[in-house]
Each structure stands twice: as C-alpha cells, then as structure tokens.
Design a protein. Structure first.
Length: 102
C-alpha cells in the first residue's frame, strides 16, 4: 500500500516528512497553497526528499480565475523552490507516475 500525506502533513510537517524519507511507501503531497506555502514546500523537499514529494493543487478549491481553477499559484510555489531540473520533473510528474505504475 502507498500512503500520501496530504498538505505536507500540516500541522506535523517536519515529523511527517522525516518519516516519509524513511519509508519506501510513504509520500508527501504539496497541494493547497492555503496550507503549503513556499516555506512548507521547501521543508518537505528538504526533509522527505524530492523523490517523495508530489505536486498538487487541491483544485477546484481556493484559486479561481474567470470561473475556472487557476493552477498558477501552486506551480509558482514548486518552481520557486530552486530545484534542479531533474528534481522538478520528479515533483511535478515522475513520482506520481511511479506511484500509479506508469
């Protein structure tokens, strides 16, 4: 079984992310900018590792623009972390594909 802690495990982000680093089947979701700001996302990547963190949005909640969900704020947080191109691709796509077996 694979376990994904939503919203970086807030309010226990530091310990949840450290736990995820140690466990093969545990991952961290970086969705919902109301919970996961750049500081929390950076903590998650530092504690759990980019190979355990997943891009997320919590759409269609929180960020609406013109009647549609706006992914921009979530993308801005992830891309503002200063990750290497390889780690950015892992967080934005590859880890999710691994989890679902693609």
């Amino acid at each position: 079984m694979k376990i994904i802690f939503a919203h970086a495990g807030i309010p226990y982000a530091a310990s949840v992310c450290a736990y995820a680093r140690e466990k093969k089947n545990v991952y961290i979701d970086l969705s919902a900018t109301d919970y996961v700001d750049r500081k929390t996302a950076a903590l998650a990547v530092r504690k759990a590792g980019a190979g355990k963190c997943l891009f997320g949005t919590d759409g269609p909640y929180f960020h609406m623009a013109g009647g549609r969900f706006d992914y921009g704020p979530s993308v801005k947080i992830i891309r503002g972390l200063g990750l290497s191109q390889e780690d950015l691709e892992r967080v934005e796509k590859k880890i999710f594909l691994e989890i679902i077996g693609k």
